[in-house]
Design a protein around this ligand. Structure first.
Ligand SMILES: Nc1ncnc2c1ncn2[C@@H]1O[C@H](COP(=O)(O)OP(=O)(O)OP(=O)(O)O)[C@@H](O)[C@H]1O
Ligand SMILES: [Mg+2]
Length: 224
């Protein structure tokens, strides 16, 4: 599903350039549940952004579902982002002034799905994360774990085959953390490929493969 070969990423500002990812080689198959870990600044989010098609400013090769991402124009990349990838972030990234169900409908609006189908699909996505009784709540009326479940519902509503989650439990207590990880586990069992960034040992236990980044280099890649 993901094929990365000799990928290098250098951030350049006016004064300095930082070599953040160094000759990364990584193959991820469909259906994997993989964690990327490593200390702060090791390049985890940079790698996730590239995998998610949010950053095309790199050298080397990256193919997602056999499509060479660097060969695509912005329009094609956004299409892939909207249809094949679900993103989950540490800080939820929900819109505060609209309800849970309206947040979940957003990707369907971009995908030009009809209004009626939008609300039924958003409802089903919220139901699948156990929030069918909270669909009309606003983000500030929900707990952290519930907000993250809304964010997961939003990530899966387009039925993507790849879910990218950057520290999805970083802002949560241990009970919510376990709930969220069980949802990822369920999604993985349904066939979704999950790539998750985490520092947390409890979270790592859920993942079947672990990659450790250090200073932009993969220093470990192990199955458990
Ligand atoms: N826009 C940018 N311009 C310049 N340097 C950047 C930029 N974004 C990130 N960096 C640098 O790239 C390196 C890797 O950053 P990245 O965000 O990928 O780390 P990370 O492993 O996700 O860290 P954390 O665990 O703290 O989230 C860091 O040294 C960071 O300072
Ligand atoms: Mg990061």
């Amino acid at each position: 599903m993901i094929s990365i070969k000799n990928l290098n990423k250098i951030y350049t500002n006016e004064q300095i350039s930082v070599h953040v990812l160094k000759d990364i080689n990584l193959q991820i198959s469909r259906g994997e549940f993989i964690a990327i870990t490593g200390s702060s600044g090791s390049g985890k989010s940079t790698l996730m952004n590239i995998m998610g098609g949010l950053d095309s400013n790199f050298t080397g090769f990256y193919a997602l579902n056999d499509v060479d991402v660097l060969s695509l124009d912005d329009k094609k990349i956004s299409f892939i982002r909207n249809n094949s990838i679900g993103f989950v972030f540490q800080s939820f990234n929900l819109l505060k002034n609209i309800t849970a169900i309206k947040n979940v409908e957003l990707p369907l609006i971009y995908a030009k799905v009809s209004k009626r189908e939008r609300s039924s699909r958003a409802f089903l996505a919220l139901k699948s994360v156990g929030l069918e009784e909270r669909i009309n709540h606003f983000p500030n009326q929900l707990s952290g774990g519930q907000n993250q479940r809304v964010a997961i519902a939003r990530a899966i509503v387009n039925n993507p085959d790849l879910i990218l989650a950057d520290e999805p439990t970083g802002n949560l207590d241990s009970v919510s953390e376990e709930e969220i990880m069980n949802i990822f586990l369920k999604l993985n069992k349904m066939g979704k490929t999950i790539v998750l960034v985490t520092h947390n040992e409890e979270v790592l236990k859920f993942c079947k493969r672990r990659i450790v980044l250090k200073d932009g280099i993969i220093i470990r890649d192990e199955m458990r």
